[in-house]
Every structure is written in C-alpha cells, then in structure tokens.
Design a protein. Structure first.
Length: 138
C-alpha cells in the first residue's frame, strides 16, 4: 500500500469505500464531509492505494489540544493485512510532529470489530461520554 494525501480525483472512490465499510450515515453527507475537511488541514486526509486504486482512507486533525481521527476505512478485500495499523501509525507520526499529545476517536458502541482493532493497536477506552450537536444540517 502506498499512502498519500487525498486528491480531488479520489472523491468517488473514497465515498464508495466509506459506503462499503458502513461509515456513512443519513445525517452526514460524505461529499460535504470531504469538502469541509479540505478547508482545514487537508494534508491530514490520507488515502491508501494499491496500484492506482484507493483502498483505504483516514482523516485526522489537530486543534492544539487533541488529535482526532475519523473515517479510517480499509476495503474488505484488503482487511486483516495490517493496512489499518499502517495508516494509524502514519497519522500518529504526522500528529506527533505537530506536537499533538493525545489522539481521540469515536467508535460506535456496537462496532465490536473496530473496538477490538483499536485495542490491538494500543488504544484504550476513555472514561468519557461523547456529546454532539449539529450546527449545519446536511
């Protein structure tokens, strides 16, 4: 897998990947999520490719206090090959270079496979609740 920054030509492949990996929800327009990310730290939006095919993605950000990770996805035909671990290692490297002391991420409580993945790579469940409020309806 080659890791590189997202390019606008990747949009359709990334959105298809997110749908395949069940990351999209009716209340989050993936095209709008991509457009928004491209306005803030676009260099922290990465894709993984095999040949010229996008088969993985991850969005990261750092606001000076915590790093955040969203949309980590690896196509099902490439899972269980350490690509997710490699992408997370690259995100950690990029965030650490910015002085980021800690990464947070959110996982749906019912997604046991993803919870197990993050535990395997050293992430721990924080004793915190996640709250949200939509400011712009999609």
């Amino acid at each position: 897998m080659q890791i590189r920054p997202y390019q606008p030509r990747d949009e359709a492949a990334v959105i298809a990947l997110w749908h395949t990996c069940s990351l999209t929800r009716a209340w989050n327009d993936p095209a709008k999520d991509i457009a928004r990310k491209l306005t803030v730290q676009p260099e922290l939006f990465l894709v993984g490719t095999v040949g010229d095919r996008v088969m993985a993605s991850v969005m990261a950000g750092y606001e000076g206090h915590r790093g955040w990770v969203n949309y980590l996805a690896v196509s099902p035909d490439h899972q269980k090959k350490s690509y997710g671990r490699v992408l997370m290692h690259e995100v950690e490297r990029l965030l650490l270079a910015r002085g980021c002391p800690k990464i947070n991420l959110q996982i749906r409580a019912t997604n046991e496979a993803v919870i197990a993945f993050y535990k395997r790579i050293g992430y721990l469940q924080d004793d915190a609740l996640s709250f949200g409020r939509r400011l712009i309806p999609d």
